[in-house]
Design a protein around this ligand. Sequence first.
Ligand SMILES: [Fe+2]
Ligand SMILES: [Fe+2]
Length: 356
Amino acid sequence: MMSATDATWSVAMNGRATFSWDYDAGNERLLSLYRKGKDKQWDQERRIDWDVPTDPDDPLGMPDVMVPLYGSPTWAKLGPKNIAELRLHGAAWQFSQFLHGEQGALICASRLVESVPGIDAKLYAATQVVDEARHTEIFSRFLTERVGVQYPINQNLASLLDDTLTDSRWDLPYLGMQVLIEGLALAAFGLLRDMTTQPLARQILAYVMQDEARHVAFGRLALRDYYREIDARERAEREDFVIEACYRMRDRFLWTDVIVALGYERSKSPETRPNREALRMFQRALFGRIVPCVRDIGLWTDRVRAAYADIGVLDLADVDLQAAMARDEDLAEQEDRARDARVAEVGEMIARGADG
Ligand SMILES: [Fe+2]
Ligand SMILES: [Fe+2]
């Protein structure tokens, strides 16, 4: 598909650009989301407190269980230097996938502007284009300034993006990006935000999540209406897409890219690490924002339910998305207050210094 040294990757796009002359048409809920999207833009330069230091060996501040090879016989033989390297590369891999995923979201959102039939959805999607550009910028800056190592895109993520973009049907970028990839990213952001010991990483994740909540709401609004109208054959095609993508997400080999890159294993074979249980819990949690959303948009059919039962995530359908997103909003505002308090404290110190 692509090599790690390629500077670009091109995917053939199918489908049509659609104009809408009905400028007055619009779903009130979509238009209010559009207003919110315009209203809530922010700039990393001003909102993120880049003065906050990060631990150069551990910029993501993750517990050991999240470090590649943790708990394996190899791990037991490693010295502190190798462990620090694994920790740094684990962070680099994780944030690199966020970075490439954000660029994928940027491209999918601009695709939606072109292909979605309604003017209300086009307007909203345009605000998402800017959101995803800002997210790409932030993850890129964090990786360059605080991590110093960047990984190429994971093959499973690349395949998912490829499937999403090559399809000519206008709803597929919504389903692939807004529901599945964004759902996965949102869950991963949330887990890391709640686990990290590093304030800068927590701040970035909390702020990005605040925007992502709107993107998921957008996908749900648009697809819920559309999937009510489609026929049985069209529905079955969407089910196939969801089922295949979810298996691929479950099977993505967490950390193997890192283990191979550092020379611990030669091939991307399934991992033989003993902390599989922790990994499985993490993998399961990644479905927490996808499963309830798939139910919500009306693809909750016998086949989809059977697949989720097989993956072991069927019960996640009951996750309260509204409550999760309200918490995301609160945590972002909490970060704003903490930053304001820090800035005020520094200001006071400077004033006191000037007086003395
Ligand atoms: Fe994003
Ligand atoms: Fe997004």
